[in-house]
Design a protein around this ligand. Structure first.
Ligand SMILES: Cc1cc2nc3c(=O)[nH]c(=O)nc-3n(C[C@H](O)[C@H](O)[C@H](O)COP(=O)(O)OP(=O)(O)OC[C@H]3O[C@@H](n4cnc5c(N)ncnc54)[C@H](O)[C@@H]3O)c2cc1C
Length: 472
């Protein structure tokens, strides 16, 4: 996988975020009082994070390919909350020393700050931040159209970054210092580059190869299979389980592209299979797409793939979460992978077990054990009544040494959390459990909490650095 490890990325993020503070130190300006310097440190750091958010949008495989889309988007989301907190504290901390002695004066100073012409861009940027974070937290509600949210998210982020840049260059103790200005210049040009790639270069590149819809068929339930066909000399190289961003003509990327896992293996190129659940405006229209429709493709992305080690693999899929696992199994079968792979696959109804036929065919070419569950089981079928519980996870691991097992999970959020918790409880190490969320939402499982703590540790380092800056 391209990209840097999680630790390297965390180190780089900390170093980059602290650049404005380092530049302020290098400027040689005499420090003011502790609270003032802390307020300034918070402002400099919040501004730094705003610019770095453009790079943690999950679109740069060469940066975050190894950590995967889940962790990248999770970090992006947490960073947004933290930067909002830092931005709010930034003006308040200046007022902290007098808050207890004279709250009325503090209130007057605060309203004076908010109304001040000199600080206007900073105030509007802060309001913009609230809007961005607020809209992002309701983006999955049915009344929010994803494409509109996506477009507004990008445009608002660009506006907030511009206003922040103006505020940082015009207000504050260090705004006129050359080292600090150079850092803002660096951040601004890097962000502009990132915007150009995501909004202009990549959308153009997505049409570069002539990909078309070969055929679409309904698999059952609300699931359709779409086969795409690319040029026979396609440059696309991927590993089973990775995903692509695709846009069907006449729509254009970037606001209309949607991520879908590749449910076929590299040996099937130039054909690509997608298994898609009808979930909203875009996917509901897929069943009616005409063969020959052009498709803009960006990929591959993601790190949800079979590990290189030869230990046993257990996989759990729920509903359309089977898509990336199908991709992995197709690749394993084509390469004659001798590993023992166990798959636990559940869906609401038998017809929603998309790809079951194909999985049964793959069993003849792989050491693959398959256990299927349906919530509405019919009499006499070999499908077990679902949903699978802790006992079934125990069965899945029977005879295996948990610490040697790799687990891959994809499905509804709650299912993934329960399964990951059960695997952890059974002794599978956290680093051996991977899952792919289809919604970028925050998880509530033990593994999610572990990841959250790791993210927060990064921000604790920043807080420690800001404190040291203010106490110097
Ligand atoms: C890495 C990844 C791989 C995925 N693989 C598959 C797959 O193989 N098969 C499958 O059926 N689904 C997959 N999805 C989910 C799929 O992208 C969404 O269901 C689809 O984009 C919904 O679009 P819509 O316009 O039909 O629905 P909408 O009504 O617009 O949205 C339905 C839900 O999907 C979310 N969504 C919409 N567009 C996007 C987007 N561009 N990026 C992320 N979330 C979005 C919305 O937040 C909303 O909660 C995957 C998602 C991710 C992140």
């Amino acid at each position: 996988m391209p990209g840097l490890s999680g630790q390297a990325l965390a180190g780089l993020f900390i170093a980059a975020t602290l650049l404005p503070i380092m530049a302020a130190l290098a400027s040689g300006v005499e420090p003011a009082r502790v609270w003032s310097e802390l307020g300034t440190g918070l402002g400099l750091t919040a501004a730094g994070i705003i610019f770095l958010q453009f790079l943690s949008s999950g679109r740069y495989e060469s940066v975050s390919g190894q950590v995967g889309i889940d962790r990248t988007m999770g970090f992006h989301r947490i960073a947004a909350y933290v930067l909002l907190l830092f931005a709010v504290l930034h003006p308040l901390i200046y007022l902290a020393p007098t808050l207890y002695a004279d709250p009325t004066a503090v209130w007057h100073r605060l309203t004076g700050m908010l109304a001040s012409n000199r600080l206007k861009t900073g105030v509007v940027a802060m309001a913009g931040l609230f809007v961005i974070v607020g809209l992002a937290s309701i983006r999955t509600r049915s009344f929010v159209r994803y494409e509109y949210w996506r477009a507004s998210h990008g445009l608002l982020a660009i506006a907030v970054a511009g206003l922040t840049l103006h505020h940082a260059m015009t207000a504050g103790t260090y705004s006129n210092e050359l080292p600090v200005r150079l850092v803002w210049l660096l951040f601004a040009t890097t962000s502009l580059g990132a915007i150009a790639v995501v909004y202009f270069l990549r959308p153009r590149r997505m049409w570069r190869e002539d990909w078309r819809v070969e055929h679409v068929r309904r698999l059952g339930g609300h699931v359709v299979e779409m086969i795409l066909r690319g040029p026979s000399a396609t440059k696309l190289q991927f590993r089973g389980g990775q995903f692509m961003w695709i846009t069907l003509a006449p729509n254009h990327p970037p606001f209309h592209d949607h991520p879908f896992s590749i449910a076929s293996g590299p040996a099937d190129l130039p054909n690509l299979r997608l298994v898609i659940r009808e979930a909203g405006d875009c996917t509901n229209s897929f069943a009616l797409v005409e063969p020959g429709t052009r498709v803009a493709v960006d990929g591959p992305h993601g790190s949800f793939v079979l590990p290189d080690s030869d230990g046993p693999v257990v996989t759990v899929a729920g509903g359309v979460g089977i898509a990336p696992l199908l991709g992995m199994l197709e690749q394993a079968a084509a390469e004659g992978d001798p590993r023992s792979i166990r798959l636990l696959y559940s869906a609401r109804t038998p017809s929603a077990l998309a790809g079951l036929e194909r999985l049964r065919e793959l069993q003849s070419r792989l050491d693959l054990s398959l256990t299927c569950f349906v919530d509405e089981a019919s009499e006499g079928s070999d499908l077990l009544p679902g949903p699978p519980g802790e006992r079934h996870i125990g069965d899945l691991l029977r005879g295996l040494v948990p610490k040697h097992v790799t687990a891959l999970i994809c499905g509804p959020a709650r299912m993934m959390e329960l399964v990951a918790d059960a695997l952890l409880a059974a002794g599978v190490p956290p680093y051996s459990i991977s899952y792919e969320r289809f919604d970028y939402a925050a998880g509530k499982g033990r593994l999610d909490k572990k990841r959250l703590r790791k993210c927060l540790a990064v921000f604790l380092v920043l807080i420690a650095a800001m404190t040291a800056f203010s106490l110097r």
